[in-house]
Design a binder for this molecule. Structure first.
Ligand SMILES: *Cc1c(COP(=O)(O)O)cnc(C)c1O
Length: 417
């Protein structure tokens, strides 16, 4: 545990932090839940403008415009228009990001393409604790590929040493979904490039949460998620990034018609579109993509540096409250204390984490549980107040003091945990 700081924090000190918060008014742009919602890292809350946008897409663009809306309402360009907004958020070059498919599918496309750029190398290097879907996609590719592919999965601190001249691709998630630990993109990219390997970053827990500078880091490839910190709604499409350096040579196997150079020529033979567009596959899901596109507008006037500064202050506050008020209750803090080495969540390890999480939800504090033993709280400075963190920890203290988590009702597991 960290050492408690003195003097102890008070709720009114948290209220004072909110009163002085220059980003406080951003909350008004969201449909705020009744709960204290610390799960925006899993499903972001609804930005107010999204409901109207989607209603307009349904009643006007679809209802009246029908097929003409592919051109007139710009439906066909949504992968690029929403992609450009994400590109700005992640420090990507213009025309290097498109929105398409799911994070998992985008991973498959870029994994396959990256391996083709490093013929003669057979290793994909990754982290053993990577998000399972990412590992599964690598395993699927290795099983079905004609070539012999080795997946080398190591601990995070062993990645640099495991980079050898047999590695085609380093494929990792920048912010770990369990612990919230964050890799240094610039450093690992440089180390991978030094042995001739490419790097594919999963930004599922980074985009919209931390400051990113893909262009400045010399990043090669990235994918990310639309429904977490980007607030695009349940099942929102994901995005992918291909560096302009790699775009001319990079291909991918899901060669759907919308990745063709001229889809409406209906040419029987595939010819890849120039640039990042060749990484599109089929028809975009317009309703979800419009929701994501509108949700991204929330970020328009907010510098990521300001959001990140508030996020760090909120994480520090929560960690300090946990140390002050929950010492001796069996929690250990998994989130790195070093601000530069963490993303946007607070993770606590506890043997009863699942039941504690359920008991907290029953008291209006929504976090989530991840196997094994992790209680996870997403920090979303767009709409979280400092006082929310005080109240959340206050409820956690009550749950522990009253041992409510021991009740049978908090031990039942639904399909989604
Ligand atoms: C959330 C998440 C995904 C989700 O992938 P989907 O295809 O959208 O289900 C993938 N990778 C990581 C690291 C994630 O955190």
């Amino acid at each position: 545990m960290l050492q408690p700081a003195t003097p102890p924090l008070t709720r009114s000190a948290c209220e004072a932090l909110d009163a002085a918060d220059p980003l406080a008014s951003l909350r008004e742009r969201f449909v705020l839940p009744e709960s204290i919602y610390l799960d925006g890292n899993s499903l972001g809350i609804l930005p107010r403008a999204v409901a109207d946008r989607v209603a307009g897409v349904v009643t006007e663009e679809w209802g009246r415009g029908l097929i003409g809306s592919w051109n007139d309402a710009g439906w066909i360009h949504l992968p690029r228009t929403a992609g450009a907004k994400i590109g700005r958020l992640i420090g990507a070059e213009p025309h290097s990001v498109v929105v398409a498919d799911s994070t998992s599918v985008n991973l498959f496309k870029l994994l396959s393409g990256a391996l083709r750029l490093r013929p003669g190398r057979r290793v994909i290097l990754t982290e053993a604790g990577n998000f399972p879907s990412d590992l599964y996609m690598m395993q699927g590719l290795a099983e079905f590929a004609a070539a012999d592919i080795e997946i080398r999965a190591v601990e995070p601190d062993e990645l640099a040493a495991a980079l050898g001249d047999d590695v085609a691709l380093l494929c990792i998630t920048q912010v770990n979904y369990r612990t919230g630990a964050m890799h240094d993109m610039r450093d690992l990219t440089a180390k991978a490039h030094a042995v001739g390997a490419l790097v594919l970053w999963d930004l599922a827990h980074s985009a919209g949460a931390v400051e990113l500078d893909l262009a400045g880091c010399g990043a090669d490839l990235a994918i990310g998620c639309g429904y977490k910190f980007l607030n695009g709604g349940p099942g929102a499409p994901g995005f992918l990034y291909v560096s302009p350096r790699l775009q001319p040579d990079m291909r991918q196997p899901l060669q759907g018609w919308l990745g063709h150079a001229r889809p409406f020529d209906f040419d029987p033979t595939y010819e890849p579109a120039p640039g990042v567009d060749r990484h599109l596959c089929g028809t975009p899901p317009v309703l979800s993509m419009a929701a994501l596109d509108e949700a991204l507008a929330v970020f328009d006037d907010v510098p990521m540096a300001d959001l990140r500064a508030k996020c760090q202050a909120q994480i520090d506050l929560m960690l300090r409250l946990i140390v002050e008020r929950l010492d001796g209750r069996g929690f250990s803090i998994e989130t790195p204390p070093d601000p530069a080495a963490r993303g946007s969540q607070v993770s606590l390890l506890h043997g009863e984490a699942f039941a504690i999480c359920q008991a907290l939800i029953a008291r209006g504090v929504v976090g989530d549980y991840r196997e094994p033993g992790i209680l996870r709280f997403g920090i979303t400075p767009l709409y979280l107040r400092y006082v929310d963190l005080w109240d959340a920890v206050d409820q956690l203290v009550a749950v522990m003091d009253e041992q409510v988590f021991l009740a049978a009702e908090f031990r039942e597991r639904a399909y989604v945990t």
